[in-house]
Design a protein around this ligand. Structure first.
Ligand SMILES: Nc1ncnc2c1ncn2[C@@H]1O[C@H](COP(=O)(O)OP(=O)(O)OP(=O)(O)O)[C@@H](O)[C@H]1O
Ligand SMILES: [Mg+2]
Length: 262
């Protein structure tokens, strides 16, 4: 389990997070949603151990501040919101960077995992391509394959690993959005945990077990999508009138703006 208690972050003298509380369980997909600038990336970066903060963050009971970088790298892998690669690496090289840590050091094993990770993100034939020559959505899927390689086993020595994904489907077409969300769900069903920052509320409702809604650096609401997605909460958080409905067969909530007019 990832447990975040009383998390506060200041950036450039500005208080960005104010006492965020969050729990993400192994076996569950936890989605963080909220408007631009509400503190989602900052929260994920603190959980990843990539930002300084007040409060506490633990993974499987270990305070992340007490873990060495390589120990942290075996417990969680991170997909950042944006990744700039300045050198002409191939797709294979980037994905294999995820395998630099961990026990899977046999060259054949590394090749096999890298290839399987590329297949999982629907990039089977891309290993020899230069990363910089890929489309935005293809690059995003390469980065996800790299993160996936880092914690290839969702459970290691009896301990769940966590994927921390900052907008993993933001550049993807609808089919690949589903591919990646299913991949995340599959990681959970094999015992790992996922925290994913999402802007597509309907996709979130379809896949998330737990939804954390942020507003102005605070958690405004948290719970199952069915509990959290109400007209009032959506309008309050996003600042525009919204109508929440449910699919007829399996009652998955979906949301639409009231009107196209301002
Ligand atoms: N380095 C920084 N210095 C000062 N303020 C920052 C810095 N980085 C982020 N912020 C501010 O912190 C707030 C939260 O930013 P954050 O990136 O966490 O938002 P977010 O919820 O991920 O938004 P988005 O949906 O646009 O990605 C924003 O108001 C942002 O302007
Ligand atoms: Mg962000």
């Amino acid at each position: 389990m990832i447990k975040v208690s009383n998390l506060s972050v200041r950036l450039s003298g500005k208080q960005v997070l104010h006492g965020v509380e969050l729990e993400a369980l192994a076996g569950k997909l936890t989605a963080i949603v909220g408007p631009n600038g509400s503190g989602k990336t900052t929260t994920l970066r603190a959980i990843a151990g990539e930002a300084s903060y007040d409060g506490s963050v633990s993974i499987n009971g270990y305070n992340i501040a007490s873990l060495k970088p390589w120990e942290l790298a075996l417990k969680r892998a991170v997909l950042p919101q944006a990744t700039v690669i300045s050198f002409p690496f191939t797709v294979r090289e980037i994905v294999r960077m995820g395998l630099a840590v961990g026990a899977n050091t046999h060259p054949e094993e590394i090749d096999r995992i890298a290839q399987e990770a590329l297949e999982a993100v629907d990039l089977a034939g891309f290993a020899g391509r230069f990363y910089q020559e890929l489309s935005g959505g293809e690059q995003q899927r390469v980065q996800l394959a790299r993160a996936l390689c880092q914690i290839w086993e969702p459970v290691r020595n009896g301990e769940p690993a966590f994927l921390l994904l900052d907008e993993p489907v933001s550049s993807l077409d609808i089919r690949h959005q589903l591919t990646i969300m299913r991949l995340a769900r599959n990681f959970c069903s094999r015992g790992g945990g996922v925290i994913a920052i999402m802007h597509d509320l309907n996709l979130t409702a379809m896949f998330a077990d737990h939804m954390v809604m942020m507003k102005n650096g605070r958690v405004h609401a948290a719970g199952r999508p069915q509990e959290v997605m109400t007209d009032a909460v959506m309008e309050n958080v996003f600042g525009c009138p919204m109508r929440v409905n449910a699919t007829p067969t399996d009652a998955v909530p979906f949301v639409l703006p009231h009107t196209a007019d301002a």
